[in-house]
Design a protein around this ligand. Structure first.
Ligand SMILES: Cc1cc2nc3c(=O)[nH]c(=O)nc-3n(C[C@H](O)[C@H](O)[C@H](O)COP(=O)(O)O)c2cc1C
Length: 325
C-alpha cells in the first residue's frame, strides 16, 4: 500500500491527485501516461446534453420533410452516447478508477443515460451543473431547485456514487452543499472554472478569455474547502481550480479536500506531470512526519485552526490599512 492512498466516493485511489474533466482524459494515450505516472482516478470530459441536442436538432431541421426525421435525431443522440460508453470501457481496461461526467440541463434525458454509464463500467459519476441565470425576475432559489431536482433523479436512478461539480457563485455555498448531502450526493467538486468572455479593444470584438488557471485562482476554493470540510464533514470534497503544482495540492489537502483535481497543469506540462506532483506530496509528508494523507488532511480547516476568522475575513477594513503607512 502506498502512503498516498485515499478513499474517495468509496473508491480506492493510489493517490489523491485526479486528472479532472477535460480533453486530457479523452485520449487513451494520455490516460495510459496518467496511469503510469500514478494518477488516483480519471474524470472523463463531460457529455453535454445541450451539445448533443443541438447536433440532433440541426440534423432534424435539415431533414424536416424526411419521414425518418425522428429516427435521425434519435440516432445522433444514441451515437454520441455510444462513443462515450465505448470510451469508458476502454479506459476501464487500464485498471484506473473512472469517473464519468455529464452536464445536465434537464433530469429526464440523463437518468436513462446515467444507467448506461454505469453499465459501461464507470465507477462513479460527476454531475457538471451550471445554469447561467439570465432572467431578472427569477429568484436565485428557483435555479437552485433545478440543481436539487437533477441530483435527486440521478441518485435515485443509479447505485454508483454521485458527486456534483459546482461553480463558486451561490449566496450560501454551505446550504447548497448541505442540500446536496440531503439528496445523497457523496462528494462535491469545488470549483469548476467556466469559459469566460474577454474583450479585444483593438479588434472591438468579444473573444474567449484565457482558458487556463493561474496560481492565484487557488485561493477562492481554498477558503470554501476549509469551511465546507469543517461544517459538512459528511460530504467529500475534491478541490479544483488553480492546483498547478505539488504545493497547491498539499494546501488543498490541509484545508480539508479528500482529493485534488488538475487540468490546466496537465495541459501545460503533459500528463506525466502527475508523477512530479505525487513525488512532491510524498517528500513533503516525509519531511513533516506524516505517514498517510489522512494524518494531515483537514489539519488547517475552519474548525481546526486557532484563528478561524482568517477564513471568515473578506473585507480589508482597518487590518490592512496601515500597509501604505
Ligand atoms: C480545455 C478545458 C476543457 C474542460 N472541459 C470540462 C468538461 O467537459 N467538464 C467539466 O466539468 N469541466 C471541464 N473543464 C474544467 C476543468 O475540469 C477544471 O474544473 C478547470 O479547468 C479548473 O481546474 P484547473 O485550474 O486545474 O485547470 C475544462 C477545462 C478546460 C481548460
Amino acid at each position: 500500500m502506498s502512503k498516498l492512498d485515499v478513499k474517495y466516493l468509496g473508491l480506492d485511489l493510489a493517490s489523491p491527485v485526479i486528472a479532472g474533466s477535460s480533453g486530457v482524459t479523452m485520449s487513451i494515450d494520455k490516460v495510459k501516461t496518467l496511469v503510469d505516472s500514478g494518477v488516483g482516478a480519471i474524470v472523463l470530459k463531460s457529455v453535454f446534453e445541450e451539445e448533443i441536442n443541438r447536433k440532433a436538432w440541426a440534423m432534424e431541421s435539415s431533414a424536416e420533410n424526411c419521414p425518418e426525421v425522428d429516427y435521425i435525431g434519435a440516432y445522433i443522440r444514441s451515437n454520441s452516447l455510444d462513443n462515450y460508453l465505448e470510451y469508458i470501457m476502454k479506459v476501464k481496461k487500464t485498471g484506473i478508477p473512472v469517473i464519468a461526467s455529464i452536464s445536465c440541463v434537464s433530469s429526464k434525458e440523463w437518468t436513462s443515460f446515467t444507467k448506461l454509464i454505469k453499465s459501461a463500467g464507470a465507477d462513479a459519476l460527476e454531475l457538471n451543473m451550471f445554469f447561467l441565470p439570465l432572467n431578472r425576475e427569477q429568484k436565485g432559489g428557483k435555479y437552485e431547485s433545478i440543481y436539487y431536482d437533477i441530483a435527486n433523479d440521478v441518485v435515485s436512478t443509479v447505485d454508483i456514487p454521485v458527486s456534483v461539480k459546482i461553480g463558486p457563485v451561490f449566496t450560501n455555498i454551505l446550504n447548497v452543499v448541505w442540500e446536496f448531502y440531503l439528496r445523497k450526493i457523496r462528494g462535491v467538486v469545488m470549483f469548476n472554472r467556466f469559459y469566460e468572455p474577454e474583450i479585444d479593444i483593438n479588434r472591438l470584438e468579444t473573444v474567449s478569455g484565457e482558458i487556463f488557471s493561474n496560481p492565484s485562482d487557488l485561493r477562492q476554493a481554498l477558503r470554501w474547502v476549509a469551511i465546507v470540510s469543517a461544517e459538512i464533514p459528511q460530504v467529500e470534497i475534491s478541490a479544483s481550480t488553480g492546483i498547478l503544482n505539488g504545493p497547491a495540492a498539499v494546501k488543498q489537502l490541509l484545508a480539508g479536500a479528500t482529493t485534488v483535481q488538475m487540468v490546466s497543469a496537465l495541459y501545460q506540462n503533459g500528463p506525466a506531470y502527475v508523477a512530479t506532483v505525487n513525488r512532491f506530496i510524498s517528500e513533503w509528508m516525509d519531511k513533516n512526519g506524516f505517514a498517510s494523507v489522512s494524518d494531515f488532511r483537514g489539519k488547517l480547516n475552519y474548525s481546526k485552526i486557532t484563528s478561524p476568522e482568517l477564513y471568515e475575513r473578506s473585507q480589508f477594513m482597518k487590518y490592512f490599512s496601515n500597509r501604505d503607512e
